[in-house]
Design a protein around this ligand. Sequence first.
Ligand code: GLN
Length: 532
Amino acid sequence: MKHIFITGGVVSSLGKGLTAASLGALLEGRGYRVSLQKFDPYLNVDPGTMSPFQHGEVYVLEDGAETDLDLGHYERFTHCKLSRANSVSSGQVYAEVLRKERRGDYLGSTVQVIPHVTDQVKKCLGATEEGAYDIVITEIGGTIGDIEGLPILEGLRQFALEKGRENVLFVHVTLIPYLRAAGELKSKPSQQSVARLREIGIQPDILVCRTEKTLDQDLRKKLSLFCNVPERAVIEEKDLECSIYELPLALHAEKLDVLVLEKLGLASNSIDMSEWEKVVNRLKYPEGKVRIALVGKYVELQDAYKSVYESLTHGGIANNCRVEVIRIDAEAIEADGVEAHLSNVNGILVPGGFGNRGTEGKIAAARYAREHDIPYFGICLGMQIAVIEFARNVICLNANSTEFDPKTEHAVIDIMETQKKVEGKGASMRLGAFDCTLKDNTLAHAIYKKHKISERHRHRYELNNTYKQAFETAGLVFSGHNEALNLVEMIENPHNRWFVGVQFHPEFQSKPNAAHPLFESFIAATQKTYEK
Ligand code: GLN
């Protein structure tokens, strides 16, 4: 098994995750079995408890691990199935070292960063079962020079020494800033960041250069000389014109895949890029266009609803239409009224969320969608919102979720029985994949075209079964159930042409070339409103 490590230099947010995912896609395209993992230097055990302001979306894996959003890129760009072991943080490493120390495993020795922490780092890095994959790509979070990242880098250096340098490849993603006043791209920050890596004992094999302008031959030569890599190992990664899904094609054009395989001593089998070309062509030259309102609490943040934004794009690719997402702050709806924000959209999506802030704005959006027959897609909290709205305005109950009002008269959404005794916040929700059975003659069944589905979850509250009869009598349809736990997983309103709520997160299973059926169908429905 070969290992590729991807580090980042100069600044954060360089798109290391996308680079790792795109390289994974190229190597898979060349016929290799690829797995991807991320190692984050922070001391949180996982990002599950981190605020969206700090961290962006929490991406949930099939086994229920709450992970960094880069794992979403890995799953969207490749076929690898990720698990808890593919998402490591320094917090996990230290927690394990301290647990062993308390258990007496270290037999009285002084517990130190080297070798105890670095040994644990190496254990996590090498956790992928030997033989299961040909190549494991590991992205190291953070930026070279961060103090907290040092034990990980030391672990990498030792790992490479032990595995043999021919089995390990270091790729450094770095920024080549353009100074407008000087009219020049600058290589110095990258030289310095590579120098820091070499100080630690890591010589990068390949330099991936993020840049807004084309790198000319002189600059490539200079980077090669100062960073001690061959000229053809200086790879340009220029800002993309229209979409992140151009990246595999761009890196392929720079021959990154050929170089990586050559350096790892693996054959460059032929590769067919036509799937990616098709995706990019559809994004560049769409035939239709729809406007989707995403009504949320963190709409000003780039990454808070990352997988939802991506899945909407995938729905657009499947329908050959451009999806313009209008991000609407739920509190702005409360302040300005719903008409001001939603009167000219083709579809409304309310994504997952926690806490009371903005919920009344979301409820107003669901009501507007129901009353004006605008396609509505409620995801997790978005389904709960639709249920509360229906209870209030169709059944005329003074209803709410106990999450927002613990003393509400009609708790149509209530905390799950199993959640009542939960005390800790970390990894304690209903998490990961659960089966769901779809009812015949429902929109859900028509969309999925099967009876048994499996979708990922992350929530504590659920539809209160006491009210099921009242909802059904009033015309709401429960189209998906978890039979083992007797939970409602999907709702739909058959009086509208497309009004669906799901307690799970379909956005974690959508891909650019294989849109999730719910997103594909939602965009198709909004296209019909657009034509109207
Ligand atoms: N806050 C709601 C719950 O815990 C919804 C969670 C979500 O949207 N992910 O059930």
